[in-house]
Design a binder for this molecule. Sequence first.
Ligand SMILES: NC(=O)c1ccc[n+]([C@@H]2O[C@H](COP(=O)([O-])OP(=O)(O)OC[C@H]3O[C@@H](n4cnc5c(N)ncnc54)[C@H](OP(=O)(O)O)[C@@H]3O)[C@@H](O)[C@H]2O)c1
Length: 254
Amino acid sequence: MKLTFLGNGNMAKALIKGLIKDYQIEVLGRNETSLNNLKEEIPSIEIGVLSSSNDMTNKNIILCVKPNSLDDLSPRLTGIASSIYSVLAGTTIETLKESISAKAYIRTMPNLSASYLKSMTTITGDEALKTLAIEIFNNIGTTLWVKSQKELDIATAIAGSGPAYLALIAESLEDGGVNAGLTRADARKLVQGLFEGFSPLLDDNTPASIKDGVMSPGGTTAAGYSAMEKCGVRNGMIEAISCAYAKAKELGQK
Ligand SMILES: NC(=O)c1ccc[n+]([C@@H]2O[C@H](COP(=O)([O-])OP(=O)(O)OC[C@H]3O[C@@H](n4cnc5c(N)ncnc54)[C@H](OP(=O)(O)O)[C@@H]3O)[C@@H](O)[C@H]2O)c1
């Protein structure tokens, strides 16, 4: 099966690296130099520079431009594509339908970890493409199919924005270590190891049971944990998801 990428930036590159072993890949972009650089990196792809009129008939498109580029790109696409898989944050399926003609539409939300083929990607759209969409995006990490764009917007708040929220936690743990007397380098090394080891724990345990497993009565973890609760870390996170979801809805209405 051949997949046609529109756009050749960070997200496209991550996806192509994950997909190249199983799919024929065509990449269409606007910048010949960056397309040539990509071809040098991944020689088996086909590349092409978009013109004022580009026939998309029967193509399976992975749409990888920025959301604000859609207005410029769509008038230059003709014909009816077979399918569109969009990674555009906040761009609804209704907007995609108004912009590019296709038989079926999928909307996805990967995250920054796609560049390490470890994205947590949420997917929704035409049920007919569900199996294929999951197969495509499993190549850059883990996928979750949801039934509605509302759920995709909530998932965007958790997994799309999540790397930024975890970065805040990571940075504050580092700052706490430095404040108590560790070097920045040692504090960073500890936090990196902590995050790496936490992932398998979370695969097999609920957050509550991890917490119970670490916390002994009257111990150091309990002291730190109660300080976190007093400072509102839990409510801060709940509020972060709520505000990010509200913003995703607002952007989708524009
Ligand atoms: N990066 C992430 O973590 C992430 C996560 C989730 C979703 N996304 C979504 O992924 C999409 C792409 O993000 P990205 O990080 O890959 O951005 P990016 O690195 O800036 O890449 C955007 C690509 O689109 C091309 N482009 C822009 N305007 C165009 C136009 N009018 N016609 C044709 N090509 C055009 C750019 O070409 P030039 O090289 O010429 O500029 C570039 O190749 C976005 O919609 C974003 O919402 C990204």
